[in-house]
Write a protein that binds this ligand. Structure first.
Ligand SMILES: Cc1cc2nc3c(=O)[nH]c(=O)nc-3n(C[C@H](O)[C@H](O)[C@H](O)COP(=O)(O)OP(=O)(O)OC[C@H]3O[C@@H](n4cnc5c(N)ncnc54)[C@H](O)[C@@H]3O)c2cc1C
Length: 68
C-alpha cells in the first residue's frame, strides 16, 4: 500500500502500487491476501490506463477482520 485517505468515518480510499503491471477493465475486482492468508475481494475504483496506482474503497465493518 502506498497511500490511504479517509473519505468518511467508515470508508477509506487506499492506493496500491502493484509489484507487476496490472491490466484490468472497469467493473473488475481484486483479491487481497493478508500475511496470514485471509483473503477479501475489493472493487477497483481507479481508471485503467489512466491511473498509475490501483485504487480501492474499503468500508470498515464492525469487527471486520480485513476491513478493520
Ligand atoms: C466481488 C466483490 C467486491 C467487493 N468490493 C468491495 C469494495 O469495493 N469495498 C468494500 O469495502 N468491500 C467490498 N467487498 C466486500 C469485502 O470483500 C469484504 O467482505 C469486506 O471488506 C468485509 O471483510 P472483513 O474481513 O472486514 O469482514 P468479516 O470479518 O468477514 O466480517 C465481519 C462481520 O461483518 C459481517 N459482514 C460481512 N460482509 C458484510 C457486508 N457486506 N455488510 C454487512 N455486514 C457484513 C459478517 O457477517 C461479520 O459479522 C467486495 C466483495 C466482493 C465479493
Amino acid at each position: 500500500m502506498c497511500g490511504v485517505e479517509r473519505l468518511s468515518p467508515h470508508i477509506c480510499r487506499l492506493f496500491l502500487d502493484p509489484a507487476t503491471a496490472l491490466y484490468y477493465h472497469p467493473g473488475q475486482f481484486i483479491n487481497l491476501r493478508r500475511f496470514d492468508g485471509l483473503t477479501r475481494s475489493y472493487s477497483l475504483a481507479s481508471v485503467p490506463r489512466r491511473d498509475a496506482l490501483v485504487e480501492i474503497h474499503v468500508k470498515r465493518l464492525p469487527s471486520g477482520r480485513m476491513s478493520h
